[in-house]
Design a protein around this ligand. Structure first.
Ligand SMILES: [Zn+2]
Ligand SMILES: [Zn+2]
Length: 307
């Protein structure tokens, strides 16, 4: 089952000719999970082949304009295209009022319900059968959340030969075992899933920091992620300025990636001052090799881990 991360917007604060404002789209099993919703996001979605009708959740990190001003346009476009499925929006305090103000002042008829979840507490903020989305308070200049999409472990590998050897005939009983239920054979013998299946296999984990300075707890939150998408607004030489503005530098992002033992690191929220972001890449790679700079429309497919 594919889990694809598409970078719809990779700029920090203001857009450039090459970079749109922050938005990251994850496509997973027919669902779209979006982190941040920068201005013009619906056009980026069209260019990336995303859908306005699919099941969609939007997780906003914080109420700075570059991360949230895409919502009004997205809502309007979805309404004009007669979306009828609800959309779920998660975000810190202020998100509810913001959406209410759009609905009260911008003249368009919504064709679908909007479910808003205002996050007041870190932890699991969204629980689905196959995954959770977890949030932690980051360290920015206003309240801001970092998010992790964490898949639940998948059932272990099924061994047909073991099932056959135990006398379980191919058919519905196999499916029950594969779904974690024990079965009783006509002889009265009970066969448990663990008799015919390997150990559960880990799910995948993607972490997005949003805008943040380095902070205590981020490495734990990020631990063993398959992909860490990290703020790297300014380069190491501007570390002081980055701190003042509530951002991280490439080295700080890389230190976190290393400490958290992630598989790969992508730097995003790139300041408009870096027409050529190679300086950022170089600084991060000294500390964490498997690093890339996010570019608009870059796609990363996250494979399942071997064990
Ligand atoms: Zn920002
Ligand atoms: Zn910000």
């Amino acid at each position: 089952m594919s889990l694809k991360v598409i970078f719809l917007g990779t700029a920090g604060s203001i857009p450039t000719s090459k970079r749109s404002l922050p938005a990251i789209l994850i496509k997973r099993k027919g669902e779209q999970i979006m982190f941040d919703c920068g201005e013009g996001v619906q056009r980026q979605m069209i260019m990336a082949g995303a859908s306005f009708h699919r099941e969609t959740k939007v997780f906003v990190t914080h109420m700075h304009g570059d991360h949230v001003l895409g919502l009004p346009g997205l809502m309007q476009t979805m309404a004009l295209l007669d979306r009828n499925k609800p959309i779920e929006v998660y975000g810190p305090i202020g998100i509810k009022k913001f959406v209410r103000c759009i609905r009260e002042t911008v003249q368009f008829a919504l064709t679908f319900p909007i479910e808003i979840h205002e996050i007041r507490k870190a932890g699991v903020v969204c629980e689905e059968p196959e995954y959770t989305v977890q949030a932690i308070w980051a360290n920015h200049v206003i309240p801001s959340l970092a998010y992790a999409l964490v898949e639940k472990p998948r059932p272990g590998k099924f061994y047909p030969e073991k099932a056959k050897a135990l006398g379980v005939a191919e058919g519905p009983l196999w499916s029950q075992l594969q779904h974690g239920r024990k079965v009783t054979l006509p002889s009265g013998k009970i066969v448990k899933p663990e008799d015919v299946m390997g150990p559960p296999r880990p799910g995948r984990k993607v972490v997005y920091t949003g805008d943040t300075r380095p902070f205590e707890g981020l490495a734990d939150f990020t631990a063993e992620a398959d992909l860490l998408i990290h703020d790297a607004t300014l380069d190491d030489d501007l570390a002081e300025r980055a701190y003042e503005d509530g951002h991280s530098t490439p080295s700080q992002a890389a230190e976190n990636a290393k400490k958290a033992r992630v598989k790969q690191l992508v730097l995003t929220h790139i300041s408009a001052r870096y027409e050529d972001p190679r300086v950022l890449l170089k600084q991060a790679k000294k500390i964490f090799k498997n690093t890339q700079i996010a570019e608009d429309f870059m796609e990363i497919e996250i494979p399942f881990r071997e064990s």
